[in-house]
Design a protein around this ligand. Structure first.
Ligand code: NAG
Ligand code: NAG
Ligand code: NAG
Ligand code: NAG
Ligand code: NAG
Ligand code: NAG
Ligand code: NAG
Ligand code: ZN
Length: 453
């Protein structure tokens, strides 16, 4: 009895007293290692990343968005939107109405980005908060007239150390405080393209370098005293698959180049016919069995890749590992961009910090679910999006979650217990109802239990 009272009392004290930790604004650092295929984690060693996961959470597969390319997927992570809804539908785009072009080297016109509001902009519109970016597609563009308060112009020649130094400096010394920050790194994507993911020897070396960078990141955060209070998400935009010179689809064998404009090439080609769409479609349709050809209106709904002017009238989707070319040899040994239901296209997600459980593993979420989770951590009201907050509840300490297998287990368990009890009661009643001539009242025992005094 006394023990119970003490327990209840201490519970009241812990939940109603000491709210100092809640008054600090939550901070979040979002890190992307481009092209980090989910199963690299199973097939290679990552001592530093595994340590990070041991004290945090891991989502083994993140189902990303179609097309599984870099710019579109990075924008989906920070907006929670499918590509047709955020407007960055490829790394290379053409807008028929304005005749504007977009490419990864010419991406600074806000026109392309303004169909959505990325989280760093929303974060900054809240009182006394700023955002910082050590690169991330779109962070050097004034989207809705707003860049992060602190950012770098994109340049692949800035070292990881410099990106890390500057982003941590901004996280520490800024006023108003930086509560949302991004960090982007080009590997293992660049090497994945160059060697192909099946080149174990080279990928081993490259992935060890990536793991060492994660080690540097954690070390730096610890040295600066940021580690305990900062939430850190490490994820990626897409995976990588092996390509081959024997898996080429040469469009020149099927159709004259003069009859269409090619806005994007492989593995998803965006085709803008010059005169007769039906004619171009009919020729491409029979071009190669390892390529699906869709009129815009027939693109499968599961791709969520249709309702945007920047999606061209015909798209060609190569089968996994196949490369679309214009009478050329194989350009790269590894590629991505394919169907987002292929597990080779999926990245992973790991997270650590006060918002996350410790030592929890989860099988899968969608990349669009990351946005509502980040908004929750930062206390921001999310813009309308395609993610589901409920999918990430199990990762978060302040949420009550129960996953499906557990729920089924509990229901079955409860049913078993109920059935057993019912049977026991029936048996007991049957026994009691047998007349017992010599039964008499039992003396009531003193129920004062000395143990709980
Ligand atoms: C913003 O923060 C600064 C410094 O922390 C403080 O002086 C100022 O009053 C704050 N402004 C608002 C509107 O909260
Ligand atoms: C990083 O910070 C240093 C020191 O403030 C500055 O000189 C440098 O230009 C910054 N680097 C980038 C890429 O912005
Ligand atoms: C980015 O580049 C633009 C144009 O080259 C320049 O005006 C601007 O100062 C640069 N911003 C930063 C943060 O380096
Ligand atoms: C492909 O290119 C070669 C020369 O590089 C040329 O001889 C050949 O005709 C071309 N084939 C097609 C189908 O355009
Ligand atoms: C387009 O091509 C198809 C098939 O070749 C043909 O039947 C149709 O008449 C053409 N339409 C126009 C507008 O030229
Ligand atoms: C995705 O979210 C946007 C914004 O709420 C909405 O307009 C769009 O219809 C959604 N897409 C799907 C497939 O639900
Ligand atoms: C017990 C305690 O620390 N209470 C604090 C909770 O937070 C409010 C506002 O941040 C403070 O005013 C209380 O003193
Ligand atoms: Zn790439």
């Amino acid at each position: 009895m006394k023990l119970l009272v003490i327990l209840i009392f201490s519970g009241l004290i812990t939940c109603c007293g000491g709210n100092s930790s809640h008054s600090l604004p939550s901070k979040l650092l979002l890190v992307s290692f481009d092209g980090f295929r989910a199963d690299y984690l199973q097939n290679y060693e990552f001592p530093h990343l595994q340590n990070f996961i041991k004290e945090g959470v891991l989502v083994e597969h993140v189902k990303n968005v179609f097309i599984t390319k870099t710019f579109p997927n990075h924008y989906s992570i920070v907006t929670g939107l499918y590509e047709e809804s955020h407007g960055i539908v490829a790394n290379s785009m053409y807008d028929v109405i304005t005749k504007k072009h977009f490419s990864d080297f010419d991406d600074k016109d806000p026109f392309w980005w303004n169909e959505a509001v990325p989280i760093w902009v929303t974060n900054q519109l809240q009182e006394n908060r700023s955002s910082a970016a050590a690169m991330w597609p779109g962070t050097d563009v004034p989207i809705h007239n707003t860049t992060p308060s602190y950012f770098m112009n994109y340049s692949s020649s800035v070292s990881f150390e410099e990106r890390l130094n500057n982003i941590t400096m901004w996280l520490m010394n800024s006023n108003p405080p930086v509560t949302f920050a991004t960090l982007y790194w080009e590997e293992p994507d660049a090497s994945g393209h160059k060697y192909g993911p099946e080149d174990k020897e080279n990928m081993y070396r490259v992935l060890k370098e990536v793991d060492d960078l994660i080690g540097e990141l954690v070390h730096k955060l610890k040295v600066l005293g940021l580690w305990e209070n900062l939430n850190v998400i490490i994820t990626s935009d897409h995976g990588m698959t092996q390509c081959s010179k024997d898996k080429l689809i040469n469009l020149d064998l099927c159709i004259d180049r003069s009859s269409y404009t090619l806005v994007d090439l492989t593995p998803v080609a965006a085709v803008l016919p010059k005169i007769n769409t039906t004619e171009v479609y009919n020729k491409l349709k029979v071009c190669n069995p390892h390529m699906n050809v869709y009129l815009k209106e027939d693109i499968p709904a599961r791709f969520h890749y249709q309702h945007n002017d920047r999606i061209q009238p015909i798209i060609l989707v190569a089968d996994e590992g196949w490369t679309i070319v214009l009478n050329k040899s194989l350009p790269k040994l590894g590629d991505h961009g394919y169907d987002n239901s292929l597990s080779s296209m999926h990245p992973f997600l790991a997270a650590h910090g006060p918002a996350f459980h410790k030592g929890y593993k989860h099988s899968t979420i969608n990349s669009v679910d990351i946005y509502p989770m980040m908004c929750h951590i930062l206390g921001l009201k999310p813009h309308p999006n395609n993610g589901t907050f409920g999918h990430t509840k199990c990762l978060l300490v302040d949420q009550w979650c129960i996953n499906l297998p557990e729920a089924i287990g509990i229901v079955i368990g409860a049913l078993l217990v109920l059935t057993t009890l019912t049977c026991l009661i029936i048996i007991m009643q049957n026994r009691l109802s047998v007349p017992r001539p010599f039964s008499r009242l039992q003396l009531q025992e003193d129920d004062d239990d000395p143990l709980i005094e």
